[in-house]
Design a protein around this ligand. Structure first.
Ligand code: C5P
Length: 299
């Protein structure tokens, strides 16, 4: 067991492309998405302890079993018959909820951190299986960088890095439930024939994805914008202020924008100063190698 406390970053993601293909028999939706890790991150500290205790810098975040960090710890303890505890502290910076995968990232980093703290050798495929049990987006945070996610988001394929140093995330003060966003789509059931066809189409769109010239698609935008027009206003404002691209991430409420350079992004941040209830984060894309290095991933 590491003798002293150690800290790991827990990065956020954006969805550069997000298609919801249809509803499955298990109640989940079949999706086709491009995940991208970004430099905005929480910090998770792990220290040896007899019992399991989670603290958080933000009062609004639950610290009991409904927090995915605690769920990840319990899952590892049960699966590997561990009777040790841990003192875990979460320094929260990623808006939650915000469509930026904060909770899923925390869960994945907890699997990584706690298996190190408890010195458990978790085989790579098993680590990905445990992550998928915790949530559809969790396995991606074991990989990082740019990746295609299919199935319910847990079937991953590595994609080439996307180098975008001048991104801006803007999160209005709105809470969107992912479950409600999926239910709000009102799609028909997916037949196997359709699913193959639609998935092929989506793969084609992803293959041709160009951050500067493609229209970035998020299938949640239409229904989520209809309920929360302020999110649409964030997107339009960013485009009006000079963003090359802007799209919602996940089921919202965050909008990410791509800028040509840091100067235009800075001017946009200045122009947005009066929007005091919108949280703003100037970030860069994090490549898979940067991600692996930051987390000292060896698998
Ligand atoms: O997998 P996760 O627990 O993060 O999903 C939260 C909720 O979002 C699920 O209970 C489900 O209602 C919905 N969901 C879905 N299809 C997906 C992912 C999530 O319907 N691919």
């Amino acid at each position: 067991m590491p003798d002293s406390e150690f800290t790991l970053p827990s990065f956020a993601k954006i969805n550069l492309h997000l298609r919801v293909l249809g509803k499955r028999d298990d109640g989940y939706h079949e999706i086709c998405t491009v995940f991208q890790t970004i430099s905005l991150c929480d910090e998770l500290s792990f220290a040896p302890s007899k019992d399991l205790r989670l603290t958080c810098s933000h009062a609004g975040i639950p610290t009991a079993g409904d927090n995915l960090i605690v769920a990840a710890a319990e899952l590892l303890r049960t699966r590997y018959s561990i009777n040790k505890g841990a003192r875990i502290h979460l320094e929260k910076r990623i808006p939650s909820p915000g469509g930026l995968g904060g909770g899923s990232s925390n869960a994945a980093i907890s699997l990584i951190g706690l298996s190190r703290l408890w010195k458990i050798e978790v085989e790579k495929n098993e680590l990905f299986r445990l992550a998928a049990e915790l949530g559809s987006d969790v396995p991606f945070f074991l990989l990082g960088g740019t990746a295609l996610g299919t199935g319910r988001g847990e079937v991953l394929e590595k994609l080439a890095d996307i180098d975008e140093p001048s991104l801006l995330i803007v999160t209005p003060d709105i809470s969107v439930s992912t479950r409600n966003a999926f239910n709000g789509l009102r799609r028909g059931s997916l037949t196997n024939e359709d699913s193959n066809h639609i998935l092929q189409n989506c793969r084609f769109e992803v293959g041709a994805l160009d951050m500067r010239n493609s229209v970035l698609i998020n299938d949640f935008e239409e229904s989520v914008f209809a309920i929360h027009p302020v999110i649409k206003r964030v997107k339009q404002t960013l485009l009006d202020l000079g963003a090359i691209q802007a799209a919602m991430s996940g089921s919202g409420a965050s909008i990410f924008a791509v800028f040509d350079n840091k100067e235009t992004r800075q001017a946009t941040l200045k122009a947005l100063e009066s929007e005091s209830s919108w949280r703003k984060f100037a970030v860069a894309a994090i490549s898979r190698s940067e991600y692996r290095k930051a987390l000292e991933i060896a698998y």
